[in-house]
Design a protein around this ligand. Structure first.
Ligand code: FRU
Length: 490
């Protein structure tokens, strides 16, 4: 169904109870509702926003269009959790109700200051000619969860030399001053980020563009996030407009990081070793990080991408967030590990070992629809080893494998169930040179997140298998290997 502008910009408040109940029923009837991922009650979820640790809890907001699986008038929806696993639904947090956000409360970030959570975000507006005028806005949440907005935006002008694509502030504090990076498009239609400074989160001064040396790297950079980790400076962002090359940049839009020396604020320059994709799967975009009281840097992403139809659309909802991942730096790369608290989800542990010689093997008791599984392949002299999961006897399967000759990890969702996003291909690969390979999978009803060799690489993907698709098969081709696997139902 094509959505008209009127339909996309209808306010939640204008919709009758009956319409919402009907939509909710359609969503609930969807056989692809997730069981342990954050997903919208109705409508479309996109970027994680305002991720922070405040008042003893994690707060995670997300971009939300309530009325259907399309990008329309965006709200911020609020979830909170003490353990990153059990999330409380806190309802709508920011409504697009003021002049400076008439066409959506767009993405932004959170920072704790004076016992309050400051939420800085982009107010999207359009004039009569549908020309965009972005504002950077501030909402302040107290310990009771009450949110008050400032009457006026804190940044009203797009800096000179740039287009109206100016959004997604990410704030941090350093030496008693606050800084924010925002994604922006230069007049010559290339993407970059700009840096602002503030003494109090209210008055902001433009310091200028950050020199990353990437002067022609996509037409827009969305959702930047800057932080320091293990003495490195890390800039995450989601560039649009990169061309697929070899195994990389295969999705419609990318998401990755620059890692290098800490950002030089005086020079506004970031020296780094090049852009690396954060995730090698099909569905990952616009991640955001936060630190917690344990000092961990945790990342959550949107498990989806813009401009793609998903099979859940016909049930009136789309997308979910990824599981929280703890970041660290190893050999000049960002490593992502599933947050330790996810162990709280584990039930019914079982472990098995097997030796495979050019064969396929099921292991007794190993099957399911929602589970965590870690399988290590070693003593590999096979050319290809791997796992088929969410599999049926009639050929439905998602496959994660390691090609030891090409030294590549491969995720194949060609036969994963209902096909979608076919124009971007059904196979993803990345380089990995290792004698042993561990695939650590988190499988939910319609997604999989696979951490390779302790988070050196991650493949995140939606899959839409049929309901009875619960098989797991281990295989080795052209040679042998040993596999040790442990699984927990979730
Ligand atoms: C990224 C993005 C952001 C914007 C938001 C709107 O997915 O386009 O740049 O703030 O989504 O929902």
């Amino acid at each position: 169904m094509e959505w008209t502008k009127e339909q996309r910009y209808r306010r939640l408040e204008e919709v009758s109870e009956k319409e919402l109940t009907d939509l909710k029923r359609e969503v609930t009837n969807c056989s692809w509702r997730q069981t342990y991922h954050i997903q919208p009650n109705t409508g479309l979820l996109n970027d994680p926003n305002g991720f922070s640790f405040f008042n003893g809890e994690y707060h995670l907001f997300y971009q939300w269009f309530p009325l259907g699986p399309v990008h329309g008038l965006k709200y911020w929806y609020h979830m909170s959790s003490k353990d990153l696993v059990n999330w409380q639904d806190q309802g709508v947090a920011i409504k697009p109700e003021n002049y400076y956000e008439s066409h959506g409360a767009y993405s932004g970030s959170g920072i704790v200051h004076n016992d309050l959570l400051y939420l800085m975000y982009t107010g999207n507006t359009r004039d009569e000619n549908w020309i965009r005028h972005p504002y950077q806005c501030m909402a302040i949440m107290d310990k009771k969860g009450q949110i008050k907005k400032l009457d006026n935006p804190v940044i009203t002008q797009v800096p000179a030399g740039y287009t109206d694509h100016f959004r997604d502030p990410k704030v941090w504090k350093e030496n008693d001053l606050f800084y924010a990076v925002l994604g922006i498009q230069r007049k010559n239609e290339t993407g970059c980020i700009v840096l602002y400074e503030s003494p109090d989160l209210l008055e902001w001064q433009l310091l200028g563009e950050v020199d990353t040396g990437l002067n022609d790297f996509g037409y827009m950079w969305e959702c930047p996030d800057y932080f320091e980790l293990d003495n490195h400076g890390v800039l995450i962002f989601s560039p649009q407009g990169l061309k697929p090359t070899g195994d990389i940049y295969q999705n419609i839009y990318q998401s990755g990081y620059l890692l290098g020396e800490p950002l030089d604020i005086k020079d506004k320059s970031l020296h780094h070793t090049g852009f690396t994709e954060l995730d090698r799967g099909f569905d990952f975009y616009a991640p955001q990080t936060a630190t917690d009281e344990k000092g961990r840097r945790i990342l959550v992403g949107w498990m989806g991408l813009p401009e793609i139809d998903y099979p859940t659309d016909r049930n009136g909802w789309a997308h979910c967030l990824t599981l929280p991942r703890e970041l660290s730096v190893k050999n000049n790369k960002l490593v992502q590990k599933p947050a330790a608290e996810l162990k709280l989800l584990r039930k019914d542990e079982q472990s098995k070992k097997a030796v495979l010689t050019s064969e396929r093997k099921s292991l007794e008791g190993f099957n399911g629809k929602t589970y965590e599984m870690s399988a290590t392949f070693h003593s590999i002299d096979a050319s290809l080893v791997g796992i088929e999961f969410r599999a049926t006897n009639n050929g439905e399967k998602t496959v994660i494998m390691y090609n030891s000759l090409e030294k590549k990890v491969i995720l194949d969702r060609t036969d994963a169930g209902e096909p979608f996003a076919l124009t971007n291909g059904t196979i993803r690969k990345c380089h990995l040179d290792a004698a042993a390979v561990t695939f650590h999978l988190f499988v939910d009803v319609s997604s999989v997140e696979i951490f390779i060799n302790d988070g050196e690489e991650v493949f995140t993907s939606r899959i839409f298998p049929s309901e009875g698709s619960e098989g797991i098969v281990f295989f080795a081709e052209e040679g042998g290997c040993a596999v040790e696997a442990t699984m927990w139902q979730i």
